[in-house]
Design a protein around this ligand. Sequence first.
Ligand SMILES: Nc1ncnc2c1ncn2[C@@H]1O[C@H](COP(=O)(O)OP(=O)(O)OP(=O)(O)O)[C@@H](O)[C@H]1O
Ligand SMILES: [Mg+2]
Length: 315
Amino acid sequence: MATPAPTSVPADDRDVVVKVEGLQKYFGKLHVLKGVDLEVRKGEVIVLIGPSGSGKSTFLRCLNFLEDPTTGDITIGGVHVMCGDHGKAFKQGVHEIRMKCGMVFQEFNLFPHKDATENVIEAPILVKGEKKDEAVKKAHELLTKVGLADRVDYFPSQLSGGQKQRVAIARALAMDPLLMLFDEPTSALDPELIGEVLKVMKELADGGMTMIVVSHEMGFARDVASRVVYMDEGYFIEQGPPDEVFFNPKDSRTRQFLRHILPEQDPRHAAELGITEAEGAAPAVAPDVPTAGGATGVQPLSGPPDDPNDLASRQ
Ligand SMILES: Nc1ncnc2c1ncn2[C@@H]1O[C@H](COP(=O)(O)OP(=O)(O)OP(=O)(O)O)[C@@H](O)[C@H]1O
Ligand SMILES: [Mg+2]
């Protein structure tokens, strides 16, 4: 079946930046995404959490077609792509969606032989055809925005991990993205450098950027996320405002992850939620920390039902 040409979404859906429907991904026989749905509105910050291997990176990478999704529909910024077809309209849609997404990876992926400015101007010049002097001016503005005004001519080898990651954020922003995707942007950093990157991400969120962030930085999630999505074994099991998901999880798998897996494997992040022992229960009362922007209530689930108690407690 041919993919229809990219179409515009109806006017009342205009503030929907991302709509994912029935997204599936196989790597050979390995079924990694098992039919996930997600809608993200302008300015929302989605934090995706879940155990290692649950499909978080694969989901992000499918969104901007770094991986080729097997089936499903992805609409970003009004551009709709029916996955699984590789015709002309599909390729055009993929190109348009890639232009709308900025992505930041755990490992920075900067060009080692280019300085910070050259890293930032590369894509705007090559992909968007921007003039070099304009691209450099914008790069300096963006590097200033991420706190690197005095490092514009430093090479990656001369920068700390936190500084490298901020260059990577500036580089993604240089393409004027509609949506920013972050895949564990702080997990390769020394603890003392994490805060400077999270601060830049929070400023971006405060400025209205729509973001999907894979991260177990629970303090960040509590402060900045509009919604936390819990992913397990290729399904979005549960999603809702951070305090709902963290302190009143509806599904037994979310509870198991937050109360046992996270404290065992990642005690520092569990401690940010007040969970310090693997055997301990989640705190009965959420500490009094406000959440940012547009809490949207608990969302429908796409995962398979687990035990009957959970089914009964779902909204
Ligand atoms: N390119 C690939 N080829 C084959 N299998 C892959 C590929 N990429 C990922 N996988 C598999 O898909 C599953 C999900 O991987 P993914 O990287 O999406 O998990 P994740 O939730 O991001 O995990 P982590 O928290 O460890 O980063 C894993 O079983 C992984 O081995
Ligand atoms: Mg990953």
